[in-house]
Design a protein around this ligand. Structure first.
Ligand SMILES: Cc1cc2nc3c(=O)[nH]c(=O)nc-3n(C[C@H](O)[C@H](O)[C@H](O)COP(=O)(O)O)c2cc1C
Length: 399
């Protein structure tokens, strides 16, 4: 299932430069399965045209209380969640003061769904006492505030006030309506990325994991309302907003971080590509080239996180989803790993398949559970796969 299947989202766009990003937000919401109703304020129409949103949402865009009588009540009533992006200083002020002087504010005053606000404005406007008061009031009354971020603003200024990027807003919108998810309120620990095994102060043995699969899982779990701890090695993919993220380098550091996180965990998802081996001795200074000489590197097994945490996971009843990246005999090796490492689910992928594995946007896995049920999944983007995997985790948690 896509994260917003069957969900109705009311997107209110007010008049700031960031309104162009709201078209991308609308597109992302639709791709995630939502049906999206858009309200543009009068000022917003000066920044983006209704046609753009009509094209993206395939629905009429609403701009005035006078277009269709009672639209202000209908739109709020049928929405599962409302998101205001960008939320200008003016719109925040009008919402905080309970004004109902246009379609956007009237609808939001009448709506009883969760509201997510994505402010965007100049830093001085954002830091003004009046805006601070308005935002605090709205927050105290249950609105979720996402962002704003720090970065380049209009007029070549840099500072706080930049609207959060669409994926961050999308995650906050999902989280605002996540109460029906079996993951809501549970603590999920996700490992991601590669680990590095240093051999001297400047070199290491690593692997090509980008972290993308684990980050997609952490983002999806967060969007479903879980408390998420992400323990990641130095993957180059963009870290997801939301989860509490701990950066580690070696397998030993990852083990320590996971052991700590497990004390409060309900679910562990081991998507990291942890080195199997590490140097027996790490040279104190850079290993020099010797003329024509070969280098003998003595390796020993690196800490095996799943084996080392087996006792703690069993004791706490932590549901564990593992990954097995195999180059040959994938299924049989995966089956053995599930049993040996005390996993409830294992996603097995074949590293030799170009559409799956390290550093590609897609993945194809075979999902095996404890009872021996095997589900062959199609090639999916890592984001789609993350949702499919969490659907399975939720399915098991609900039984
Ligand atoms: C070029 C331009 C850019 C603007 N950008 C912003 C902005 O990013 N944030 C903001 O709060 N107001 C911004 N404003 C001011 C708002 O458009 C103005 O306060 C307007 O009344 C907001 O109305 P609305 O909230 O009903 O859309 C901008 C104005 C102009 C002319």
């Amino acid at each position: 299932m896509r994260p917003f299947d069957g969900r109705r989202v009311l997107l209110v766009v007010s008049g700031g430069i960031a309104a162009y990003k709201s078209a991308i937000l609308a597109r992302r919401l639709i791709e995630a399965g939502a049906s999206v109703d858009v309200i543009l304020t009068e000022s917003a129409e000066r920044f983006v045209g209704a046609v753009t949103f009509e094209g993206i949402t395939a629905r009429p865009v609403h701009t005035s209380v006078w277009d269709r009588p009672m639209a202000h009540l209908e739109l709020g009533k049928r929405a599962d969640v409302a998101v205001v992006a960008p939320a200008t200083a003016e719109t925040l002020a009008r919402l905080a003061w309970g004004r109902a002087d246009d379609l956007a504010t009237t609808t939001l005053l009448a709506a009883d769904c969760p509201v997510v606000l994505a402010p965007a404005m100049n830093t001085r406007m954002w830091e003004h006492a009046a805006t601070i008061r308005n935002v605090q009031f709205l927050q105290r009354n249950g609105a979720t505030i996402v962002g704003p971020g720090v970065g380049p603003l209009a007029e070549r200024e840099v500072g706080a006030g930049r609207m959060s990027e669409p994926p961050e807003i999308l995650a906050a919108v999902g989280r605002a309506i996540a109460s029906g998810s079996a993951l809501a309120g549970r603590h999920v620990v996700v490992t991601a990325g590669p680990t590095r095994a240093p051999i001297d102060p400047v070199r290491f043995i690593g692997n090509r994991s980008s972290g993308r699969m684990g980050y997609a899982l952490a983002a999806a779990a967060w969007r479903r309302g879980a408390e998420v701890t992400l323990v990641t090695g130095p993957g180059h993919a963009v870290r997801p907003p939301g989860p509490a993220t701990f950066e580690v380098e070696t397998a030993g550091e990852m083990l320590a971080a996971v052991e700590k996180a497990l004390t409060a965990a309900d679910i562990l998802i081991m998507a990291a590509a942890v080195s199997d081996f590490e140097a027996v001795e790490i040279a104190g200074s850079k290993i020099k080239k010797t003329t024509g000489g070969e280098l003998d590197l003595k390796l020993a097994p690196a800490p095996d996180i799943l084996s080392r945490t087996l006792g703690a996971r069993r004791e706490r009843g932590v549901f564990t989803l593992g990954f097995a990246l195999e180059t040959d005999d994938a299924l049989e090796n995966g089956r053995r790993k599930l049993e040996r490492k005390g996993l409830q689910l294992i996603a097995i992928n074949d590293a030799t398949d170009p559409q799956s594995g390290f550093d590609v946007a897609t993945n194809r896995v075979s999902l095996l559970d404890e009872a021996g049920n095997l589900e062959e999944m199609p090639v999916l983007s890592k984001e789609e796969l993350a949702d499919r995997l969490l659907d399975r985790v939720e399915g098991v948690l609900e039984t």
